[in-house]
Ligand binder design. Sequence first.
Ligand SMILES: [Ca+2]
Length: 439
Amino acid sequence: MLRALVTVCVLFAALAPARAADKPNIVVIVGDDMGYADVGFHGCKDIPTPNLDALAKAGTRFTNGYVSGPYCSPTRAGLLTGRYQTRFGHEFNPAGGANVGLPLTETTMADRLKAAGYATGWVGKWHLGTGERHPLKRGFDSAFGFLGGAHSYFAEKGKGGTILRGTEDAKETEYLTDAFGREAVAFVEKHKAKPFFLYLAFNAVHTPMHATDERLKKFADIKDNTRRTYAAMMWAMDEAIGKLQAKLKAEKLDRDTLIVFVSDNGGPTMPGTTINGSVNAPLRGSKRTTLEGGVRVPFVLSWPAKLPTGKVYDAPVIQLDVLPTALAAAGVEVKPEWKLDGANLIPHLSGPTRADPHEALFWRFGQQMAVRKGVWKLVKYDAVADGGKGTAPVRLYNLADDIGEKTDLSAKEPAKVKELQAAWDEWNKGNVPALWGGK
Ligand SMILES: [Ca+2]
């Protein structure tokens, strides 16, 4: 009897990969250094983002959507592995060098989806290392973009040789965000007949502040020069996303493609960050802090064929959830030994699961830390956010009525401080020392 059952199970397992038609395409789009306030679906008035807004309408927008760090490379490491990056020492931006970047011990979303029969492609900014850590070595069949953390948007301003197609100079001449949009559309065209995974990681709207004259003219009424350029760069990214959406629709793939959009960290608004004109209001803090302004970001997920449209989801979620959600959509069973920290969001978004995806969320970034549990947040943040130096003392906020983290309740609620600190300490036992330095 047992043997018969095992045989049946093995047969089903063997049949599973052949059912490729059931697998949705997966597109993960990342924005860079965006302000929490700077999308139409968060009420932004001076920068229209019609295509991002359409994506939110076609799916779910997360009002408590987080990333696992306040810096570019660590959150991209968390996104592609589904694990807190502090589990494997990827706590800070890699400073360069041959052996620095996403540790080779880690398995990426591209590795896992490739094993499930997906065509895999990366377009954009990598920032997870070079050499053995090049995207082509980390599960991607095709690669187009640059390997570092920031890049000129114009060829004449120093782009030669560093925009790669595979490992060769792409000799790119287009404005970089337009080029990434073009390559995303071309990837869909090439792989439309089978399930594909596209990781489209923009460097927009990260510095340098480069925009085309045509788009700058569109925002002539914005007086602040940095904000105007930021608006034009955001518009370019939104246009590129619109072209990708139009291509998916033209190929009748739009309903059965799971699309995620998330910014890699909050807007850089304080001294010591590469300020780009972003706005994080009503959040306090900036990129580089574990305050909400550093880690709560624009975040949407859409899969019209299977998930509700026009949904607003308020329970805390994190970009680590993207990988297990994508794997569930692709029919890949998650194994305990993968030690994923993210949660599959599908049952939470479609019902029947009413519970929150996470009991708590955690952050560690050098001396800074944070833990979010229910409405409560305990945080030790970069004191530059308060005009000071070093790290501020640990503070407690009730985010339900204090989203701007203004009123410290640590003296009033010592038991809550103790509870959250204990939860963070326990979580931190599962982390390792940073593999390289940072601030
Ligand atoms: Ca960033």
